[in-house]
Design a protein around this ligand. Structure first.
Ligand code: B16
Ligand code: MG
Length: 217
């Protein structure tokens, strides 16, 4: 049995349902550019930074745009995304989130968020999970984004723990790769295509029992 001292959560798609909001905002950009884009193509973008997401979207149709167009597309995408999350509230937390966080707190586990998003702190404030986290590492805090492990390594460092003492929860291929390359145990959440990449897959955090792990909180 593994001994854990902290839980590190990806944000979009693990704690809150905002991954769909990202998808709809990118879909608007793709439609404007006449690039075919659906949920399957969106899988390639999940967990990537805003810039890498747009590069990936453009590469689906071998498109190139000028630097100024690129910046404008990023601005329009983020504006659409922010409008769509304007009324986000704690009720938008995904199933099982509140219960797992309560159980982890009772077990004296540290809690962290490791997200590619530069909107992570805003979203965490809206779902009222910002103050319960011991550290939040977002897209502003790292030089290299997922699949590079920097975001999770920085979270572990901030908690003064080794990767082996932390359990990462991820819904994206790029995030699973980042966690594995950083030496973390990783649980795939809510994305069946992760099943063959992770030692443990769960459809959601609902009914996830932290007491199956040896805890040293
Ligand atoms: P932003 P996560 C990621 O967050 C999302 O999965 C991804 O779809 C998004 O493009 C990325 O954040 C950047 O977000 O445009 O808000 O900076 O899943 O790592 O929490
Ligand atoms: Mg995610």
């Amino acid at each position: 049995m593994n001994t854990i001292k902290a839980l590190i959560f990806d944000l979009d798609g693990v704690l809150v349902s905002t991954e769909h909001n990202h998808f709809l905002a990118w879909k608007r950009i793709a439609d404007t550019l006449n690039i075919p884009f659906n949920e399957n193509e969106n899988e390639l973008l999940k967990g990537l930074s805003r810039e890498k997401s747009l590069e990936t979207l453009l590469s689906l149709d071998n498109r190139q745009v000028s630097a100024s167009e690129f910046e404008e597309l990023l601005r329009v995408k983020n504006e659409a995304y922010l409008n769509s999350v304007a009324h986000l509230s704690p009720q938008d937390c995904l199933p099982g989130v509140t219960e797992l966080i309560d159980a982890a707190k009772k077990a004296n586990l540290k809690l962290a968020v490791g997200s590619a998003s530069r909107n992570a702190k805003l979203i965490l404030q809206r779902i009222e999970l910002d103050s319960i986290m011991d550290t939040i590492v977002d897209g502003h805090a790292v030089k290299k984004t997922k699949p590079d492990p920097e975001v999770f390594l920085r979270a572990a460092k901030n908690l003064q723990l080794s990767p082996a003492e932390c359990l990462v929860f991820e819904d994206a291929e790029s995030g699973v790769q980042a966690a594995l390359d950083g030496g973390f145990m990783v649980i795939g959440v809510g994305n069946p295509s992760l099943k063959n990449r992770v030692s443990r897959y769960i459809p959601s955090l609902h009914n996830f029992n932290i007491n199956e792990y040896e805890i040293l909180g």
